[in-house]
Design a protein around this ligand. Structure first.
Ligand SMILES: Cc1ncc(COP(=O)(O)O)c(C=O)c1O
Length: 392
């Protein structure tokens, strides 16, 4: 070990971080995806996980996963290009493609890896990528990996995007990318206008449906909800949130998926998902197909909670979905509010920079379709009590 590097850079940087209010630790939570979790021995209602439909512990997923495990063991052994396929991967991809109204799909190790695969396969130095300012970090990392030029437009601002597209009119290879539901704000991209702009400027359109998959459009996502599935070129998503499993996917035209399979670095240079995980994802997808009212129930429940928070005076920013931020501003305020809610039996994330812009720390509630009426009452009561200290 280079002791001079360690002593000169790592030790002081770690100390400075530890003394700041943006220091992060992993919360002492057992069973983090469940509806109720144990937090240092106390039972809390879980409003921090992205297990939006509560599927991670559903018997259909567990049974499918157990069978996959018993039949194929714990690991896939290597990258699929090296060892070959499990039939499960191909079945999952075929069913995902059909579900998303696309020709083909590719499953990756995570949603993060899916975005890395998309940009490393489809973009290069000659490409300009127009990206919403609040897009997920995996999109930004994918663009950096591709060496394309990143141009960020103001969050949801289609007039700004149009100006930037016009400014870059001479560039041949253009991609527009957006989250459909934004992970820290719970608001939704203006996809119809974005598609119009993309078409007018000859840009490829990539959407990341990580937080919409399983929820909007009878589980198919925002593009499907708006009837825009054919207008979006590349549909990215994750199997790790509403689907209660692990992995990412990309769906689109056959040729797009061929390029990803051959050039997507995170797909090529990483071990494939284990069969037990693929089996769980397949069971989740089939469950969502035959229970397509789950997302609508979640939306109704989210509106009820959001309306209550607004009536108490909390600012839920632009949220219209199951992700409900509560604006706090300073980090300390968010951490304090989080601790007060914990005392009310609610586990809520306190999100701070750099995950969100400086000065915009917030609580982030992610609601889930398996909440009971009593759970909703607990949430209403917890925030009513928080209000007393929040707005003294
Ligand atoms: C918009 C978006 N894309 C991709 C990801 C990454 O997905 P995964 O957790 O499956 O890696 C996330 C995760 O938070 C996300 O919010």
């Amino acid at each position: 070990m280079s002791t001079s590097f360690f002593g000169k850079y790592i030790v002081p940087e770690a100390a400075a971080l530890r003394n700041s209010d943006s220091y992060r630790t992993i919360p002492p939570v057992d069973d983090g995806a469940a509806r109720e979790v144990l937090y240092s021995g106390t039972r809390l209602l879980n409003l921090a996980s992205n297990n939006y439909l509560g599927l991670s512990s559903h018997p259909e997923l567990i049974e499918a996963s157990a069978k996959g495990l018993a039949r194929h063991g714990c690991s896939s052994g290597a990258s699929r290009l090296i060892t070959g396929n499990f039939a499960l991967a191909e079945t999952l991809e075929a069913e995902l493609a059909t579900f998303k109204y696309q020709e083909a799909a590719l499953v990756t190790g995570s949603g993060y890896a899916a975005n890395l695969a998309v940009f490393s396969a489809l973009a290069d130095r000659r490409t300009v990528v127009f990206s919403d300012h609040l897009n997920h970090a995996s999109i930004i990392d994918g663009i950096l990996l591709s060496r394309a030029r990143l141009v960020r437009y103001r969050h949801l601002d289609m007039a700004h995007l149009e100006r930037l597209l016009t400014r870059e009119a001479m560039v041949e290879k253009k991609i527009i990318v957006t989250d459909t539901v934004f992970s820290m704000d719970g608001d939704v991209a203006p996809l119809a206008r974005l598609v119009e702009l993309g078409k007018a400027h000859g840009a490829l359109i990539v959407v990341d449906e990580a937080h919409a998959m399983g929820v909007l459009g009878r589980g198919r996502g925002l593009a499907a909800a708006l009837g825009l599935s054919d207008d979006v070129d590349v549909h990215v998503g994750t199997l790790s949130k509403a689907l209660g499993s692990l992995g990412g996917y990309v769906a689109g035209r056959v040729e797009t998926i061929e390029l990803l399979r051959n050039r997507g670095r995170s797909f090529i240079f990483s071990t494939a998902l284990p069969p037990a995980v693929l089996a769980a994802s397949l069971a989740a997808l089939r469950h969502i197909k035959s229970n397509h009212g789950l997302g609508a129930r979640l939306m109704r429940l989210s509106k009820e909670v959001r309306d209550h928070l607004n009536s108490l005076g909390f600012d839920t920013m632009g949220s219209t979905t199951q992700i409900i931020p509560v604006a706090c501003g300073r980090n300390r305020v968010a951490l304090h509010a989080q601790a007060l809610l914990r005392a009310e039996g609610l586990l809520v994330a306190a999100v701070r920079p750099p995950t969100v812009p400086q000065g915009s720390a917030r609580l982030r509630l992610s609601l889930r379709a398996d909440l009971t009426d009593d759970d909703v009452k607990r949430i209403r009561l917890g925030f009513s009590r928080l209000r007393v200290s929040f707005f003294p």
